[in-house]
Design a binder for this molecule. Structure first.
Ligand SMILES: [Zn+2]
Length: 215
């Protein structure tokens, strides 16, 4: 691991129970990214750039070394980091529209395709093959120009996969009216209703139980 100035936030040591923006219940990366907007008041991973990088690391989009490199660059280039955060919010809004209305809306799909291509069209860096100290070979990605330009690429690639594979009809919003989470329904009979049985599903069950007892 790289030596770091001690002023950097401890990305790697983030507790496992951060706000529900870190729940990863969407079954697809792009849907998890939509859900990085907190379902209920809590942590929004796009509240600041550092939280976005932490989210990307927890989602497995960047590894710990790259996350720390990005945070270092963000300290050197705060304006670039702020622009990347704004860009992330824009991408997330487009992906939410695709998740919620894409299956039935040709216009929504076309707008999402334009947004996906806006991100994919960037020349964000180069891929390299490198030899590690132990002799093993690893693929790496060297960001070029704007250090932050490539951050959204894996997320929009995931959305592109959903379009290519025809998955939109199985993308649902949680049945709880208080919950904004979206997910891919991978059940055999297409009957998944809740983002998470442990939270929304359980609350619905408890509410039904209370209603029965009142009668
Ligand atoms: Zn829910």
């Amino acid at each position: 691991m790289n030596q770091l100035p001690h002023t950097l936030p401890a990305v790697v040591a983030a507790p496992a129970t951060r706000g529900d923006a870190f729940a990863f219940v969407g079954e697809r990366l792009w849907l998890d990214f939509v859900n990085s907007e907190a379902a209920e008041p809590g942590t929004d991973a796009l509240e600041d750039f550092d939280t976005l990088v932490e989210w990307l690391q927890r989602a497995g989009v960047v590894d710990a070394d790259r996350a720390q490199g990005i945070l270092r660059r963000a300290q050197q280039q705060p304006a670039g980091a702020a622009a990347a955060l704004t860009d992330g919010r824009r991408v997330r809004a487009a992906l939410r529209a695709l998740a919620e209305h894409g299956a039935g809306g040709a216009t929504t799909r076309a707008e999402a395709v334009a947004e996906i291509n806006r991100i994919l069209g960037r020349s964000a860096g180069t891929r390299r093959l490198e030899v590690r100290a132990d002799g093993a070979f690893v693929r790496s990605f060297v960001p070029g120009g704007d250090a932050f330009a490539g951050l959204m690429i894996p997320l929009v690639e995931s959305a592109a996969d959903a379009l290519i594979l025809g998955e939109l009809a199985r993308v649902r919003r949680c049945a709880s009216p208080r919950c904004r989470r979206v997910f891919y329904d991978g059940t055999k009979n297409g009957a998944r209703r809740w983002c998470d049985m442990a939270t929304c599903g359980n609350r619905a069950k408890a509410a039904r139980h209370r209603a029965r007892r009142k009668r």
